[in-house]
Design a protein around this ligand. Structure first.
Ligand SMILES: Cc1cc2nc3c(=O)[nH]c(=O)nc-3n(C[C@H](O)[C@H](O)[C@H](O)COP(=O)(O)OP(=O)(O)OC[C@H]3O[C@@H](n4cnc5c(N)ncnc54)[C@H](O)[C@@H]3O)c2cc1C
Length: 438
């Protein structure tokens, strides 16, 4: 192992935190620069209406191997921090959806059990799902040439109902891209590691604590207790090459600091700006972006749904936009009476404006749950992240972590890898960048 080096990480999202924790674990002295006042980037808490909310409701999968490992490393008790649910797609009983829940059986019996017991699906639908799973396994979850998810579903003869109730919502939730435009190969990668792996990998993990507490805050403590430091409100303006290392300039009032190596863990457009003038080889593609909207609705603390998570069938023609609803009160007593409704790939929903969208979501909830009390929340809050993730289209060329310059790597959910823009994609990218600097 190399002797301890001074390493700067620029950007304190989950990719930057992962790189910082890994390099700290290896014994290096890490300085983490974050432009905003809090770590976490796109997965962080915010304060609103006197409550701590997330800037968007997130869900993790049992397949998030590296994220879960790092969370454990920095001292998170996974069983306390998240609610673990078996793979499920459960619609409200009177909404014309389905009820699909994997029983606690070893893989692949859990899928067969879920299919066997699922209500709201016809025999043809169940056969289509079984066919998808067995064909994808037989293909080793690999396509010779990437195509859209819609084309893949067509090739696998999936029924309209299975597409509407299962594949479309899963694709939009996992890739934040509609099936007509989404990469079938990336979708298969996610399915391979969840549906195609051991049963616990397909579990859905819903945070009970806020997103900053789920990893970034503990990551900062881990770094600071081991000879490192975290700079908040520190937007790095320039990375300057110097003999045998780098200088980082973030504050015009103070001298740039010197480092042996740097990881740039920002958005791609910030990374491109910081790499300007350096002899690098990174090709940034012209990413397009997809928004995600979360509508928080606070009711009286006695209001509760029958389960912590329901799928909702969105239908723009019927002015129904919600795709999933989380009963936050079943996750954390402090959030009693709070629902979070998620709309992914939400361009059209955002164009309605917050007030109209909120009223539409409330009307949808009242209709599908047949609960008049849902009509009158005490307060509501819509949070839309316009550039939540890149559009995950077929054969998208994403840049490697290498920059072609010794001692300088990039990280972020947009770099090349098996996963779409997700927490696990960001964490794996941070770990890859850390490996390059070892
Ligand atoms: C609303 C929403 C819902 C989502 N839902 C899910 C989900 O359910 N499951 C899931 O797995 N994923 C989900 N994602 C995706 C996931 O949040 C992201 O993929 C992940 O957080 C990206 O992390 P990152 O570190 O790559 O980038 P970012 O989080 O963007 O981090 C980059 C950081 O760099 C900082 N920075 C930028 N420039 C500078 C500079 N010059 N100097 C210093 N710091 C700088 C930024 O402030 C930021 O903190 C969701 C995303 C959103 C927005």
């Amino acid at each position: 192992m190399r002797p301890s080096r001074r390493i700067a990480i620029v950007g304190g999202g989950w990719a930057g935190c992962a790189a910082a924790v890994e390099l700290t674990r290896q014994g290096h002295a890490v300085t983490l620069y974050e432009a905003s006042r809090a770590l976490g980037g796109r997965a962080r808490h915010i304060e609103a209406n006197g409550k701590t909310l997330d800037n968007g409701q997130h869900i993790l999968l049992g397949a998030y191997r590296d994220t879960l490992r790092l969370m454990r490393l920095v001292g998170i008790d996974l069983d306390r921090a998240m609610l673990r649910l078996p793979l499920q797609m459960r619609y409200p009983p009177h909404s014309g959806g389905m009820d699909f829940v994997a029983p606690r059986l070893p893989a692949p019996l859990h899928l067969l059990g879920a299919l066997w017991r699922a209500s709201g699906l016809e025999k043809d639908d169940k056969l289509a799902l079984a066919r998808f799973s067995s064909t994808a396994r037989w293909m080793g979850w690999r396509l010779h040439t990437d195509c859209t998810v819609s084309e893949l579903l067509d090739r696998f003869n999936q029924t309209d109902r299975v597409i509407r109730l299962m594949w479309r919502p899963l694709c939009i939730a996992a890739l934040n891209t509609v099936p007509e435009h989404a990469s079938a190969q990336v979708f298969l990668n996610v399915l391979r590691d969840s549906l195609g792996a051991r049963r616990s990998a397909s579990d859905m993990l819903i945070p009970r604590v806020d997103l900053s507490a789920l990893f970034p805050i503990r990551a900062a403590a881990f770094i600071e207790q081991r000879n490192g430091s975290v700079r908040y409100g520190a937007k790095v303006e320039k990375i300057l090459a110097q003999r045998g290392g780098w200088r980082i300039a973030h504050d015009p009032q103070s001298e740039p600091e010197s480092f042996d190596a740097v990881v740039i863990a920002t958005s791609p457009w910030q990374a491109a700006r910081l790499l300007e003038g350096l002899q690098h080889t990174v090709q940034f593609p012209a990413f397009t972006y997809e928004p995600i909207t979360t509508c928080y609705l606070q009711y009286g603390s006695e209001l509760t749904l029958a389960q912590p998570l329901f799928a909702l069938a969105d239908d723009a023609d019927a002015n129904e936009w919600g795709q999933f609803v989380f009963d936050r009160g079943q996750l954390n007593a402090g959030d009693a009476g709070m629902l979070a409704v998620v709309v992914s790939a939400s361009h059209a929903a955002i164009s309605l404006g917050n007030e109209t969208l909120t009223q539409a979501i409330i009307a949808q909830l009242v209709r599908v749950f047949q609960m008049p009390a849902l009509a009158s929340p005490q307060w509501t809050r819509v949070i839309s992240e316009k550039r939540a993730t890149f559009s995950c289209t077929p054969s998208l060329l994403r840049p490697d972590n290498e920059t072609g310059i010794d001692g300088l790597a990039i990280a972020g959910d947009y770099t090349s890898g098996d996963y779409p823009a997700t927490l696990e994609g960001a964490v794996r990218s941070g770990l890859n960048a850390a490996r390059l600097l070892r």
